[in-house]
Ligand binder design. Structure first.
Ligand SMILES: C[S@@+](CC[C@H](N)C(=O)[O-])C[C@H]1O[C@@H](n2cnc3c(N)ncnc32)[C@H](O)[C@@H]1O
Length: 452
């Protein structure tokens, strides 16, 4: 097989990077824009050692799972790479992604349940992070997502997976920023003022927290500063905005937020309700992007905790202690551990405002915390970032857990790796339940219940 070879293939599968998968003479070929059950004429674009890449020249038989994307930008914007596949079939693909990880990486026989669908599949995304740039000649501000595999911004005016208000706020920034002499960021030159706009929304309150990420070192602005004036105008323009923050990030990095933020208009959080508790979400605190689907996960985990009689619970990688607070009324005591100080501050406020007396929070690294204690918990909830848990963390978790581990994961591959380790240490994986939190993308959230 070589570049420019053409073949007629059936698309058999969908990869977790968002491409159709076909086989030519036993070799795997990833086909851009292809849907399982398409029959297509393809052209090879790249040949690697174990696989090849291809593009579609012609669809000969259209897959019954194809649907018209509801976003006009779907083909150019890299965000929703499954939107051309009908939603029920998206769930089947995610089911397969988790099943493949469990069999190929974890070698676990525990059946994987069918994913629980997201209650909303449009306007569900309550967190947006748009990179900002500026055109060279016309000096227009660009705001949107990057094209796939590039840093070229798709200037998005309308995004149907996020609340309409986000489009309005972004449009206002696009139109008004130049009037304040606020310049869009030039990544190559590392120059300009505004590098990102981050918006956190709330299903519960309908409010939005806007953060302007500046290409600046931290400084104390006066009331007359152009950024403060601009932030105030933005907050005045939309009654739905709860507050506007400025974040300082002068580093040459892909990391969006710098360490320091200040609130220059309104308040520095939005409130979100999960089950019966109201949480505070700030600029730099973790919170699931799809609160409706997240609530299904919180209910599922709470139900699992309720199977033990008033257990002691460790909530590790806690964010704003969401799991800890949600299970507090059915637990004897809870300890939530999270390394981000801003998240822990928000958690403390919620604990006080909800009159909760049995949740303690620690701003600490999970491993350091586990190594520093002697006590054991009935249940440990682990909800690490995509890279999963280090083996030392898993081993320490086993030392400190009596009954079960509830492992919440946003990456099936690292979950499978960690379950393999736990199984080798004698644990039993009782159930695996995926949830669809990121509709129209290949991302999938999974909760595994592990008996220790
Ligand atoms: C996937 S989020 C889960 C947050 C929370 N459980 C929730 O559902 O909202 C992972 C969290 O782990 C935190 N984190 C990452 N590494 C950590 C570490 N080594 N120790 C403690 N927390 C960590 C991150 O700051 C983030 O808040």
């Amino acid at each position: 097989m070589k570049i420019n070879d053409e073949f007629i293939v059936n698309i058999e599968n969908f990869s977790n990077s968002g491409e159709g998968v076909a086989k030519v003479n036993g070799q795997v070929v990833f086909v851009e824009g292809a849907c399982p059950d398409d029959e297509a004429k393809i052209k090879i674009t790249k040949v690697n050692k174990n696989f090849a890449n291809a593009k579609i020249l012609e669809i000969i038989t259209t897959s019954p799972h194809r649907t018209e994307p509801f976003c006009p930008m779907q083909k150019v914007c890299g965000a929703c790479n499954m939107q051309f596949i009908d939603y029920d079939y998206q769930l089947k693909i995610k089911h397969q992604i988790v099943k493949d990880a469990m069999t190929k990486i974890a070698h676990i026989e525990t059946p994987v349940n069918f994913p629980i669908a997201s209650p909303k599949i449009k306007n569900y995304r309550q967190k947006i992070q748009y990179p900002i740039a500026q055109t060279k000649n016309s000096k227009r501000i660009l705001a949107g997502y990057y094209k796939p595999k590039s840093h070229e911004i798709v200037n998005i005016k309308y995004c149907p997976i996020q609340p309409e208000m986000c489009d309005k706020i972004i449009e206002f920034i696009r139109e008004e920023a130049l009037n304040f002499n606020i310049i869009g960021y030039d990544e190559k030159q590392h120059s300009g003022d505004l590098r990102h706009v981050v918006i956190r929304g709330s299903e519960y309150s309908g409010k939005f927290l806007v953060t302007l990420v500046l290409n600046r070192k931290f400084e104390v602005f006066s009331e007359s500063d152009k950024f403060v004036q601009f932030a105030k105008l933005l907050a005045d323009k939309f009654s739905e905005i709860s507050g506007v923050c400025i974040n300082f990030n002068d580093k040459k990095t892909n990391v969006i937020l710098g360490e320091k933020s200040v609130c220059v208009a309104g308040i520095d959080f939005v409130e979100e309700k999960i089950i019966d508790k109201v949480f505070k979400i700030g600029t730099n605190t973790f919170f699931q992007v799809n609160p409706k689907s997240a609530e299904n996960i919180f209910k599922y985990v709470k139900n699992e905790v309720s199977k033990s009689e008033t257990p002691t619970v460790l909530d590790a990688y806690a964010g704003i202690a969401t799991f800890g607070i949600v299970v507090s009324d059915i637990s004897k005591s809870v300890i939530s551990v999270e390394e981000n100080k801003e998240s822990i501050e928000k958690a403390k406020e919620v604990i006080v405002s909800n009159n909760i007396s049995n949740v303690e929070v620690y701003a600490q690294d999970t491993l350091k915390y586990l190594k520093s204690i002697k006590k054991k918990f009935d249940i440990t909830i682990l909800d690490p970032p995509r890279k999963g848990c280090a083996q030392e963390v898993l081993s320490e978790t086993l030392n400190h857990t009596k009954e079960k581990i509830i492992y919440v994961s946003c990456n099936p591959a690292t979950l499978a790796r960690d379950l393999k380790y736990l199984k080798e240490k004698g644990c039993k994986v009782e159930s695996i339940q995926p949830f669809d939190m990121f509709c129209h993308t290949t991302h999938v959230e999974t909760v595994a219940i592990v008996k220790v």
